[in-house]
Design a binder for this molecule. Structure first.
Ligand SMILES: *Cc1c(COP(=O)(O)O)cnc(C)c1O
Length: 389
């Protein structure tokens, strides 16, 4: 290697991407142009949802979803602790209370068994909703979560930022893509450069529910509507619009949507490459199963591999060793319930042993479609050199 560093994730921008953006920059629209609905339609079709609403980033998309789902001050919502802060923060923006549910030790996603224990132990109506995360690209089995949500009267906000293109197989043998709207009420995706599809900043909310879709659109742009059917005063004139709710400006730009459309065309190829990289790591580490724990995969899922996470005994030393050798591995994530902010807001003294033990050992190795075979071999060589020491 030549003094270059290898990050854990990286965007891939092609000449075609650039040409598409330039073309859009030369068009009449910088912001609300034709590329946005085109991107929304293409993305909805990609994940198999009825509706998609493009937004300026996934954090805004999560907030918008919480608003559309009607989160009110004091509402209790159950969130997984192993996730990016935004999965919980969106509830806090609305004044809701975040309660954490521990993860499964193999898949690292929210544990449905523990969730049911929490729900059964509280009076009916205690909780309003749940925020599961398709963590690292591992698709949550939302069929199970939907059954619980129906039993206890909850909504589901799926944080699918890690998993566009991932799916699980349901009881009837059908593929259920992350964010397809069949089980979750809403799902949110991110187009941050380390994610599968990059638009700079950007995100998408998907749903099968027309009412939620209308609310998402309204709140995305100040709570303002010009839709003649929705107006309270009908005969004001062509200029007339109404602000009906207190909304936000969470819009994406037309040239970002153009980049998203172009990137989406390569999404399947990117997933295939991620799968191959994962297979190569897993094969290389298989002889050292006692020292390196590889991601768990079952037959009934298609892992989207946003992250390739290993667990090792001495994570801190491996992190430092890799870094000294130019490999910028990363830790995903510091458990949310241990953050000073969440400790001050209800989580002080909360103990989630599986999440905490996971955090002690986890490390995300480089995983992105343009990682070359040579770079990956270098990463493997360094990991094994450390293990052998
Ligand atoms: C990246 C990410 C977000 C936030 O995405 P932005 O587009 O950067 O706002 C939210 N949740 C998860 C799980 C993420 O990985």
């Amino acid at each position: 290697m030549t003094g270059k560093t290898i990050p854990y994730g990286r965007q891939h921008i092609t000449e075609e991407d650039i040409a598409t953006v330039v073309e859009t920059l030369k068009s009449d629209y910088l912001t609300q142009g034709p590329r946005i609905p085109e991107f929304e339609r293409a993305f909805a079709d990609y994940v198999g949802a009825k509706y998609a609403v493009a937004v300026n980033n996934a954090t805004a998309g999560l907030h918008l979803s919480a608003v559309a789902l009607g989160v009110k001050p004091g509402d209790k919502v159950i969130v997984t602790p192993i996730t990016f802060a935004a999965s919980g923060n969106c509830i806090r923006y609305c004044g809701g209370e975040v309660v954490f549910c521990d993860i499964e030790k193999d898949t690292y996603v929210m544990d449905a068994v523990k969730l049911e224990e929490m729900l059964a132990a509280a009076p009916q109506g205690t909780y309003k909703g749940i925020v599961p995360v398709d963590f690292g690209g591992y698709p949550v089995n939302l069929e199970k979560f939907r059954a619980l949500a129906d039993k206890y009267g909850l909504w589901i906000l799926e944080d699918a930022c890690h998993a566009p293109g991932g799916y699980f197989i349901d009881k009837r043998g059908m593929q259920q893509r992350c964010g397809n709207g069949h089980f979750a009420d809403v799902a949110v995706f991110s187009f941050h450069p380390v994610k599968h599809i990059a638009t700079g900043e950007g995100g998408m909310v998907t749903t099968d529910n027309k009412e939620l879709y209308d609310a998402l659109c309204l709140y995305r742009t100040h709570g303002i509507t010009k839709n003649p059917d929705a107006l309270q005063k009908k005969e004001e004139g062509g200029w007339y619009y109404e602000m009906q709710e207190l909304g936000y400006n969470y819009r994406i730009t037309d040239f970002q949507a153009a980049l998203g459309i172009s990137q989406l065309k390569r999404a399947e190829k990117g997933l295939q490459r991620r799968q191959r990289i994962a297979t190569r790591y897993t094969e290389a580490f298989a002889p050292y199963a006692e020292k390196i724990r590889c991601p768990f995969v079952e037959e009934k899922i298609f892992h989207a591999y946003h992250l390739y996470i290993i667990q090792v005994e001495n994570r801190r030393s491996l992190y430092d060793f890799l870094r000294a050798n130019g490999v910028y591995a990363q830790v995903h994530y510091v458990p949310l319930h241990t953050m000073p902010y969440y400790r001050e807001h209800g989580s002080a003294g909360v103990s989630l042993p599986v999440a905490e033990s996971y955090y002690e050992h986890c490390l995300s190795l480089p995983m992105f479609p343009t990682l070359t075979d040579e770079e990956q071999e270098y990463v493997i060589e360094k990991v094994l050199a450390f293990i052998g020491k």
